[in-house]
Design a binder for this molecule. Structure first.
Ligand code: SF4
Length: 242
């Protein structure tokens, strides 16, 4: 128990340091609760206070710099910030870079990434450069393991800032881990995908990760349904450029 508390405090400290290093004010603490109580219950939830932060994606990337805020920096070749249209209406979020992404410094460029590109270009009739693609954690977890909770919590303010700067109309998370990171809890992707939710006040559709589709081609059908739903939502929005 003592170790658990010590771990929680360590993780909270790392998360708060990352948040403040980005120029954000500490999250508000509800009256009658200590900051620690407030943070323990947060588990990656969105902080509603609009931070005074970096004014552009470029400035945010500069600010992140040669980040060593969590242990994932130890094994990375490249930090994978994300890429795409800075004012995209649609943002795809994966869990973290894989081996090829780590080598290239770009998100979703391996086999799963090529499938995502086909989904965007053939399924949605968009260009890859019209959307924005990024991950919850910006550095590759060793051996492609899932990011640990503390790693996600430390890196999440960067994703939140990206979303605040891009202001998309729709977010699509890819896979269980990315969805769980946004939800702040275990996410049962087979049961919970395909239903609209909101994250940071933005319409959010969780679907399968393209890597899962490569292993389970039958899952392409539900992903196709999710893609159609996303397009319907974007078309409702009325803007021509995604
Ligand atoms: S995963 Fe995120 S917080 Fe961790 S070192 Fe990389 S950029 Fe920094």
């Amino acid at each position: 128990m003592e170790n658990e508390v010590r771990n929680i405090v360590t993780h909270l400290r790392e998360w708060l340091e990352a948040y403040q290093e980005m120029g954000f004010a500490p999250p508000p603490v509800p009256a009658g609760r200590s900051s620690m109580e407030a943070d323990v219950s947060g588990t990656g939830a969105v902080h509603e206070s609009e931070p005074e932060g970096t004014p552009s994606l470029e400035a945010l990337r500069d600010h992140i710099g040669d980040c060593r805020r969590c242990r994932l920096h130890e094994g990375r070749n490249h930090l994978v910030f994300g890429e795409g249209a800075p004012n995209a209406r649609l943002v795809f979020i994966g869990e973290g870079p894989g081996r090829e992404e780590d080598l290239a410094g770009r998100p979703f460029v391996g086999e799963a990434g090529r499938l995502l590109t086909r989904i965007i270009e053939n399924g949605m009739r968009l260009k890859r450069g019209d959307v924005y693609i990024c991950n919850v954690v910006k550095c590759r977890p060793p051996g492609n393991r899932d990011p640990e909770t503390d790693e996600t919590a430390t890196c999440l303010p960067f994703l939140e800032r990206q979303i605040r700067l891009i202001k998309p109309e729709v977010i699509c998370t890819l896979g269980r881990v990315a969805a769980g990171s946004l939800a702040g809890r275990e996410f049962k992707i087979t049961m919970e995908r395909g239903k609209w939710r909101t994250w940071m006040g933005i319409a959010w559709m969780p679907t399968y990760h393209p890597a899962y589709l490569l292993r389970n081609p039958a899952a392409k059908r539900p992903v196709w349904a999710d893609v159609q739903e996303i397009m319907r939502k974007l078309n409702e929005g009325g803007r021509k450029n995604v």
